[in-house]
Design a protein. Sequence first.
Length: 114
Amino acid sequence: MADNDWKKRLGVVYSTNPDFKYNEPERVEDETLEPGRQRLIVRIDRRQRAGKQVTLIEGFVGTQDDLAALAKTLKTKCGVGGTAKDGEITIQGDLRDKIVALLQGMGYNAKRGN
């Protein structure tokens, strides 16, 4: 069943060749930059969240595992929930000042957005 995943083949033109095999390109993750070279923007967002405030940390360059580890550290130190996906970290609540201070303490170039 895994060989017939049609979502991976969207946009592929139909082939009449019976020996045709679709080869999807391999995705290469970026190497994680050292904290001093990261430029993170910490901002607040209320859109499409039923009026609730969340803090977004954007600009992380690195692997998904390192992003998840940083998100877990921030969530633990702030005592709140959140998630890490698509290269950004979402933390529940308005904790911009606290997160900027934590990130700068870890050696990141963090800047407060809006």
